[in-house]
Design a binder for this molecule. Sequence first.
Ligand SMILES: C[S@@+](CC[C@H](N)C(=O)[O-])C[C@H]1O[C@@H](n2cnc3c(N)ncnc32)[C@H](O)[C@@H]1O
Length: 254
Amino acid sequence: MPSNANLENALGPEFHGSKPSNQSAETDWSAYATAYDLLSLHNPEYRALLQEFESFLSTIETPQVIYDIGGGTGSYTEIAAGAFPGSEIHLVEPDATMLRTARAKLSRYSKVHFHAAALQEFKAPGKADLIVCVHALYTMPNQRERLDDLRRMVRPGGHLFLIDLGRYMDVSDWRRYLFAELKREHGLIGALKVFWQGRQVAKQNKAILKSQQSGAYWTFTGPELAAAVTDAGFEILKQQPVYRGYSDLLVCRA
Ligand SMILES: C[S@@+](CC[C@H](N)C(=O)[O-])C[C@H]1O[C@@H](n2cnc3c(N)ncnc32)[C@H](O)[C@@H]1O
């Protein structure tokens, strides 16, 4: 869980999130991509998010057009493509290594299209019935404008499935949690092996924290994210803290 100080930040009314900043971000997404899929293999909290997404998909009508914004290595697109084989899915991702990994992983899905673009430069080919944006918005410049972009890209009545990291990424806290989980499942040597394989994950999560602290990445409380999403013109159907309290999940309707 986030440390007490961070939890106070997460919940306290005096916390107003990070200010817009000219600082540049420190994360190397290409380096992260080389180990990213260890998360779906070994982080139960990441897997729980994928399950939340799968459950959500079972509650909606078949979407004709889906955008996965900041889709990374394609974990969410893969679930959507499995649930809705007839849907046209656009995975939008600016990092070349993330995108290459996604292409390789999803090559069997002929209706998945890949776009090497950041959200702010993406020319959407049409309105979406569903937009998925997981742990990507906080990394983008001018997040409130990006929420406006998402609103413009979805048809009235369409859905936004949003998960975003709002609290400081406490790397030691995650290390303790994951090590205990891995040790229980794979024993001490197995846990050490996974930690060695995943050293790039720890390194890039530290970079995420630095970018949050410098203000290059957005930090927010649940109510602050809800206000930003509502301001962009979405109706919130469901909101809950996820990812051990570090993130918020919102299901929204345009
Ligand atoms: C933490 S990863 C999340 C990947 C994926 N959504 C997942 O949850 O598995 C964040 C992703 O956002 C992408 N990203 C960064 N800036 C972006 C932007 N301006 N527009 C779209 N995606 C962006 C990064 O390249 C990275 O792949």
